[in-house]
Design a protein around this ligand. Structure first.
Ligand code: GLU
Length: 483
């Protein structure tokens, strides 16, 4: 029987969810779910200096918003718990002692940093603690001398090779390895150690993570070996790049070049579904297919980690915007309202024809944060220069504007069913009757009800949103200003 695929996402709670972390998480999730396996969330909170309160909640909320469902995790439990490393300290102590017993690790009484130095290209640690006798160690332990536990790395001219499923065989010379700390003097483990213990105990079969771990993983494989454990399948993910707007250069995707946090994108009005879709493509694509649009269900069906690419992908803000716009336009009006509502309510408190407003803006925004600016004039007629009503191109003068407004007030007053078609029909006939071009009438009306040169929608669409009373009131007030 084939072994169940188990993957895990193991974030350090350091404040916010970087898009790169979310990609790792998504790929881990898809790898497990594609194979019908299990996905675990584990919080790696042993680095107390980097710990940021609340960030665990950020992780839960982000995964929830993205529809990434873990089968085991700190808030839902599971048979491999606890899922916070800070709650597993006794486990790490127990396993560190196993390595001491088989001489793969040793008590070091020199401190964490002392005697570890950079010599040329390599880091080396030289102390004699590995050679202490059992009695000497016992004495120091009884005297409560602080200690760390170090891995006894090989000190020969050989090298270690392991297979990474993205980057191929990775060989690291033993010269590049040294006696790293497994357990610190405060009893906390280092990442280097505890992630291995956890991955093994939790039955993790597939590890996907950033390629900053590509080289150190060679040393990790030696720790696995020291325990006599089987290695998981490794997939180190290429770094994400972006284009620096100022220099045009391809640079590491970081805060310096724009938003990188999931939350910032959502606040700017990107849909989590669109983000997930876009992120999925940052390092993976479906065989020879050009298909770019995938729902989460589709991704689960088609995502095979063997299709992860080795080359770095470039995060393209414009492409993401374009993709987001596609998602927005495909929504039904009710769903669109749900996501647009907070952005609409930033500027609009008065009652308008909401359906008409939604239909107007849905195809015209790429991200939801563009909404407030576009619809502000619906709340209150902005002050505008009345002379703009006279426009050569539109063939209008102030006199024409005055007449158009006077007449249209009569005509529009009679419109019973206040909708775009009827309003259009009424103004069009008025233009013919007055011997004017339709564009002249529309110009006067649109400016009079919107106070803006550039608007979402034309004159009659805007009036449909505003409703009869408000439209007429605005036309009257503009007319009064001309007079
Ligand atoms: N806590 C590590 C990180 O956030 C996890 C790396 C791993 O997945 O092993 O970088």
């Amino acid at each position: 029987m084939k072994k169940e695929v188990v993957s895990r996402y193991a974030p350090s709670p350091t404040g916010y969810m970087h898009i790169g972390n979310l990609r790792t998480c998504l790929y881990e999730y898809l790898t497990a779910k594609h194979a019908g396996g299990k996905f675990i969330l584990r919080i790696e909170d042993t680095d107390r200096n980097r710990f940021v309160a609340d960030s665990e909640q950020v992780i839960f909320d982000t995964l929830h918003a993205c529809n990434i469902k873990y089968d085991e995790g700190p808030d839902i439990g599971g048979k491999n718990g606890p899922y916070r490393q800070s709650e597993r300290l006794d486990i790490y102590k127990e396993y560190a002692r196993k390595l001491i017993d088989n001489k793969s690790a040793y008590y070091c009484f020199c401190g964490e940093e002392e005697k570890t130095e950079v010599e040329g290209e390599f880091t080396v640690h030289h102390c004699d603690c590995a050679k202490l006798s059992k009695a000497e160690i016992e004495k120091k332990l009884t005297a409560k001398t602080p200690y760390v536990i170090r891995f006894n790395a090989p000190k020969d001219d050989k090298s270690t090779t392991y297979h990474d499923n993205v980057f191929g065989d990775i060989t690291v010379s033993h010269k590049e390895m040294y006696d790293i700390v497994l357990l610190k003097s405060d009893g906390y483990p280092t990442y280097n150690f505890c992630h291995i213990v956890d991955d093994h105990l939790m039955g993790v079969t597939h590890v996907l993570r950033g390629n900053e771990y590509l080289m150190t993983t060679a040393l990790y494989t030696l720790i696995y070996k020291a325990f006599g454990w089987t290695l998981p399948e490794y997939y180190h993910l290429p770094i994400i790049m972006t284009v620096d707007k100022e220099t045009g250069k391809i640079v590491k995707f970081s805060k310096r070049h724009g938003s990188v946090a999931f939350r910032d994108f959502v606040e700017a009005g990107y849909l989590p579904e669109a983000l997930i879709n876009y992120i999925a493509l940052l390092g993976w694509h479906l065989g020879n297919s050009d298909e770019e649009f995938f729902t989460m269900e589709e991704l689960i069906k088609v995502f095979d980690p063997k299709d992860i690419r080795k080359s770095s992908s470039v995060f393209d803000y414009e492409k993401l915007k374009w993709m987001n716009a596609k998602y927005l336009t495909q929504m039904n009006l009710k769903d669109f309202y749900k996501v647009a509502k907070p952005f609409i309510e930033k500027v609009l408190n008065k009652t308008v024809n909401m359906d008409a407003l939604l239909k107007l803006i849905q195809p015209r925004v790429q991200i939801l944060s563009e909404i407030p600016e576009k619809i502000e004039f619906f709340e209150k007629l902005p002050d505008f220069d009345i002379n703009l009503l006279a426009n050569d191109k539109k063939k209008t003068t102030l006199e024409i504007a005055k007449n158009v407004l006077t007449k249209s007030l009569e005509v529009l007053g009679k419109v019973k069913d206040w909708n775009n078609d009827n309003l259009f029909e009424a103004l069009n006939s008025l233009a013919t009757e007055m011997g004017l071009k339709a564009m002249s009438v529309m110009w006067v009306i649109r400016l009079s009800v919107s106070g803006s040169l550039v608007t979402v929608g034309g004159a009659t669409e805007i009036m449909e949103v505003l409703g009869k009373d408000e439209s007429i009131a605005r036309l009257k007030s503009t007319l009064a200003r001309i007079k």
